[in-house]
Design a protein around this ligand. Structure first.
Ligand SMILES: [Zn+2]
Length: 249
């Protein structure tokens, strides 16, 4: 059976990761890519991946989150890069990484960390899962310059012209479950070819159901919306996205 895939979530942020993994399996979600953003979350994600065959780990370093409770030194950053390298066998991607200028903090540091993470993804030959907010143009410019081969832009909220630019560059997008009400993601799905789309929950965020926190089982809502917009059967969408997964990962 071809599985549904949640290409981006934060299992360790959920209240009951074990229950969420079980419900995902029941919903036909066979691949859950949990993303780390800091040394602590990287280790939690890795532990979940080692104990559940359907959970895969992406390890990352994401300054806006990491900086909240964690001021890191250059040495600590280099140690984390070494930790990720040492776990090469156990990871499927580098993520979550990126740049967020929502509150405009640490722009120069964010750029340096992001470029180091792109370099690491190239070295390990794994995809990058990239967050960007209010820094879309800068991020696309850095990607053009650094040329990583496998790029997935998660929850990309850039303007249409930037969606077009990223799509023309061959980058993939992962479509979050709040597409059920977010028109910008519906337009993105119209513009981007099927061979460049993935689905994600970003659990516990971006829930398709207002009254419930998100979890990987709900990724099916993104698939359904894509099927509706692209005028395809749900099974076709599932097969096409699985092909994208096999090509990139
Ligand atoms: Zn995320």
């Amino acid at each position: 059976m071809i599985p549904f895939i949640d290409i981006h979530c934060h299992l360790d942020y959920l209240q009951d990761p074990e229950g969420a993994i079980k419900r995902a399996k029941e919903a036909g979600v066979g691949v859950i890519l949990t993303n780390g953003v800091s040394p602590i979350t990287n280790r939690k994600g890795l532990a979940l991946a080692k104990t559940h065959p359907e959970v895969k780990a992406a390890l990352g370093f994401y300054p806006p989150d990491a900086l909240e409770g964690f001021i890191f030194s250059e040495r600590e950053f280099q140690e984390e890069l070494a930790f990720i390298r040492a776990n090469k066998k156990h990871i499927r991607a580098i993520g979550e990484v990126g740049m967020d200028f929502k509150d405009g903090k640490d722009r120069e540091l964010q750029g340096r960390v992001f470029v180091a993470m792109i370099t690491l993804a190239k070295e390990l030959d794994v995809p990058l899962l990239i967050h960007t907010r209010k820094a879309e143009e800068l991020v696309l410019g850095l990607l053009d310059r650094e040329k990583p081969k496998k790029v997935i832009l998660h929850c990309f909220c850039g303007k249409k012209a930037l969606v077009k630019r990223a799509s023309d560059a061959g980058y993939c997008f992962s479509v979050p479950t709040n597409i059920v009400r977010a028109e910008n993601f519906q337009q993105l799905v119209e513009m981007v070819p099927m061979c460049q789309l993935f689905c994600e929950t970003d659990s516990p965020y971006l829930s398709p159901f207002k009254e419930r926190p998100n979890e990987p089982a709900f990724v099916v809502e993104s698939y359904k919306k894509i099927a509706e917009i692209k005028k395809l059967d749900l099974i076709e969408v599932k097969n096409l996205i699985y092909q994208n997964y096999q090509r990139l990962f």
